[in-house]
Design a protein around this ligand. Structure first.
Ligand code: PXL
Length: 294
């Protein structure tokens, strides 16, 4: 079939479907992914998993689980033939959602075809959002955490923090892991997922490691970064959004992780300078223009 010129032009801009919650206050999930992915020049298409007044780190929150609404929402996307160059998943509202998201990934794995180009697959980035600092978030039941292992199997890129890496592999959490222990953790994650793995924010004293592991090549890259401030909510969402957008744009995973770490660091410095309360997440808005140039 002949492709219309306007259609071809339209297809030069990449699109990412972001499966994540919408939290009104606290800067996480979609309120981070939308501006950040857009600033990087990609179209960000949200598939909401839950609507919250604010994230679950505040003393109270309104939580509207979107599980029942997702099948119809996705059916409409399917009927209209939407295709994505990338799929990024994050916070899920219920264990039952895992099956819906798995099916979504299977149905939407084929990326838009460029005119006369070969078939392409969407890059699937799974951020297995479950917890931090050794603890699961309050809405994450053991069942949901257990089923997240199934979802992880579909990742081309899996981006757990250390707490999530421990939950996924049934490894007791500890505040510090040696490099040999981190290598073993990566090995256990590789038995869940054949894609590449990025463990974020591993403690290295006054530094942090972001580790990129390619199980197919058996290679790991330890990227060391000065610790500039305490981790806070939303950091992982910022990181995963930048990694996903840059990988979809064709950057190497190592370079995408380096850029995500650099931008997160800059934002954390700004956040400290403004004394932003820990619950209010990462102050990234004044720095978005730097992402435009990246
Ligand atoms: O940033 C992770 C996250 C995402 N979504 C919601 C959260 C959290 C962490 O607390 O509560 C609703």
């Amino acid at each position: 079939m002949k492709v219309q010129k306007s259609e071809m032009e339209h297809k030069t801009q990449e699109k990412i479907a972001v499966v994540n919650d919408l939290s009104g206050c606290g800067r996480c999930s979609l309120t981070v992914a939308l501006p950040v992915i857009s600033a990087l020049g990609l179209q960000c298409c949200p598939l909401p998993t839950a609507i919250l007044s604010n994230h679950t780190g505040y003393p109270s929150f309104f939580f509207d689980d979107y599980t029942d609404r997702m099948p119809e929402y996705i059916a409409r996307w399917k009927a209209l033939g939407f295709r994505f160059d990338g799929i990024l998943t994050g916070f899920l509202g219920s264990a039952a959602q895992i099956g819906i998201v798995e099916q979504f990934i299977r149905d939407f794995r084929q990326a838009p075809q460029q005119s006369d180009g070969p078939d392409r697959r969407a890059v699937v980035v799974i951020d297995p959002v479950m917890g931090d600092h050794g603890r699961a978030y309050s809405t994450f039941t053991p069942e949901l955490c257990g089923r997240m292992k199934q979802l992880a199997a579909l990742a081309d890129v899996l981006t757990p923090n250390v707490t999530e890496a421990c939950i996924l592999t049934d490894t007791p959490w500890q505040p510090h892991f040696t490099r040999a222990e981190l290598d073993r953790l990566l090995g256990r994650l590789a038995s869940l997922c054949r894609g590449r793995i990025v463990i974020t924010g591993a403690d290295a004293g006054s530094f942090l490691y972001n580790i990129v592991f390619d199980p197919a090549a058996g290679e790991s890259l330890y990227l060391k970064k000065k610790r500039v401030a305490a981790e806070r909510s939303g950091t992982g969402d910022l990181f995963a959004s930048i990694v996903a957008a840059n990988v979809v744009k064709g950057l190497s995973l190592g370079e995408a992780v380096r850029r995500a770490a650099d931008f997160t660091s800059l934002c954390l410095i700004e956040t400290e300078r403004l004394h932003t309360p820990a619950t209010d997440g990462v102050t990234f808005e004044p720095l978005l223009k730097k992402l435009l140039r990246a």
